[in-house]
Design a protein around this ligand. Structure first.
Ligand SMILES: O=C(O)CCC(=O)C(=O)O
Ligand SMILES: [Fe+2]
Length: 223
């Protein structure tokens, strides 16, 4: 197979999941969750160890306490640290390119990559990545760029214990491994928001956990 240019990987915003699913399904070594309820893929070794290490350094340079949209009164809901990674950094450009080539999701629809760091005891309780249509902050988060379509997440390391990602509705637990990618559609086949995407970052029990996440929007991302 000849190398595809970045341009030819531009398959849209993912609201129509079909072209993204076709591209991911054709990727050697990828696994698809065998469930009609959730479109989710896992692929190991998407990033080399050196790039994982560089990205962990970048996260350490920008991390601050995480926030959530639509706070629900539980101050312990998301206890990790978060930071937007600098888009002009060569390590960030490299990972952006790899995500675009693998998924086909169009870069213009992507939010800037975010890093997350979880220390012992930190977690992100069960949530969906899309914004609740009835949430107080829906307009603030979605008026310009629309709601989220796909989530792409990459683990950068393996904590000594804990820190898995759990999708309760489909009984799936994914263990962190450096360079392992998880990508899922936040929608059902008809484009509606899919509550079966409910997931949580389980508490880190020993060590530390680093991930990066990239979310895609219905409209081109304009903040
Ligand atoms: O860290 C994880 O395993 C999940 C992170 C997550 O769900 C998020 O940042 O939205
Ligand atoms: Fe999430």
């Amino acid at each position: 197979m000849t190398a595809m240019s970045l341009e030819s990987s531009e398959l849209g915003n993912g609201l129509d999941a079909a072209p993204i699913v076709a591209r991911l399904s054709a990727t050697p070594g990828i696994q698809r969750l065998p469930s009609p309820k959730l479109t989710l893929f896992v692929k190991r070794d998407v990033l080399p160890a050196s790039l994982c290490a560089e990205l962990m350094d970048r996260i350490d340079a920008v991390r601050r306490p995480s926030t959530i949209a639509d706070p629900n009164g539980d101050s312990a809901f998301r206890t990790s640290e978060t930071g937007d990674l600098p888009p002009d950094d060569p390590a960030v450009i490299d990972v952006e390119r790899r995500i675009a080539m693998l998924t086909g999701l169009s870069a213009i629809h992507g939010e800037p990559i975010q890093g997350q760091r979880y220390a012992v005891g930190q977690e992100f309780k069960a949530h969906t990545d899309y914004f609740d249509l009835n949430g107080a902050d829906y307009h603030r988060y979605c008026a310009v760029s629309g709601n989220r379509t796909w989530t792409v997440m990459l683990y950068l390391n393996t904590p000594e214990a804990g820190g898995a990602t759990r999708f309760k509705a489909v009984d799936k637990i994914i263990q962190p491994e450096p360079g392992k990618l998880v990508a899922w559609s936040n929608r059902r086949a008809d484009g509606s928001l899919n509550p079966a995407t409910l997931h949580q970052a389980m508490k880190v029990r020993a060590g530390v956990k680093y991930v990066i996440t990239k979310w895609y929007r219905e409209q081109p991302w304009r903040g």
